[in-house]
Design a protein around this ligand. Sequence first.
Ligand code: PLP
Length: 404
Amino acid sequence: MKTIKKSSKLDNVCYEIRGEVLKEAKRLEEEGHRILKLNIGNPAPFGFDVPEELQTDIIHNLPSAQGYCDSKGLFSARKAVMQYTQQKNIAGVEIEDIYLGNGVSELIVMAMQAMLNPEDEVLIPAPDYPLWTAAVKLSGGKAIHYKCDEENDWQPDLDDIRSKITPNTKAIVVINPNNPTGSVYSLKILKQIVAVAREHGLIILADEIYDKILYDGAVHTCLASLADDLLFLTFNGLSKSYRAAGYRSGWMIISGAKHQATDLIEGIEMLSSMRLCANVPAQFAIQTALGGYQSINDLVLPGGRLREQRDVAWKLLNDIPGVSCTKPKGALYLFPKLDPEHFNIKNDEQLILDLLKQEKMLFVQGSAFNIDDTQHLRVVFLPRVDVLEDAIGRFAHFLSKYKQ
Ligand code: PLP
């Protein structure tokens, strides 16, 4: 029988967060090793439980969640999202503008599939959350990366954005608060991005899944609240702020210049119908999540577990000679830099693989986030302080071998 090959659509698609290194981790686990996974923003395994009231909602509603629902999602859940848009000052959102999905991931892929033709370019931050780049490429578009500036708290570099716009640029992705950098964008930058999008007629794709995971008094501005004359697709969900990543529950809101996008919206509606609907039991948790007690605040305010872990991990990483790390103002990640004058690292994936083999811990190499250097890595600060202290201590020792 001849070799069975994957589709050539996948030739340029890359998703390293769950790539080769993970295969090695799985092999080691099968050999009986315990791996400390600081590679994925998955709160539950680290003792961050889904709020009890959400769990109760799902259990209670299981009997009424047996059938398909409307392909856009349950009315009550979408109504709750609509009310949330009012709190976030997004103007003119109606129930029909809201789509529920199996996590934000499904909705990102769906939106890109509906939107892109082969010559279309989408501006994506570098570093990025790599699903965006993968989804654009899978959908036949071109991912064009714009720089975020490490020297400026990883804020997007406006000049770089401007320099990368061509007649084929269709949309710009803004991930705020950012994964992997933890940056929370200033109002000034956000307004400038909106102005550039207006000048060039770009669709704005706002991934705001970490909008409630904020530290040190950082304020999150919903990008779609800044204009109603542009088309915005805003993405959010239960995976992070409500620690319910396994529920696979997210939403997408279409707002602004909807009247100019009836054709695109028809396309999105068609794709939404083709997958019938999102997981129904998890949709029942959305109304309670958005309207109920926001327990994430207890974790991110001073004295909160996440905040303490961020502080400890950030300090310990910065204490390693040759390592520097911007303090994240949001999300669950640190994105330290390994000074090339100090360390000799040619291949960051190999570094992460060696770390895995020697120390049985997993980080993600910076190059997996579509930056073109080998000097960064992403560390998840979800484990408890004692685990972080031990892990970063062992990482420091490991790194000393790469000193030049
Ligand atoms: N967007 C960003 C920026 C993320 O970090 C993640 C998950 O880590 C997602 C989207 C995917 O979230 P979901 O679990 O809703 O698919």
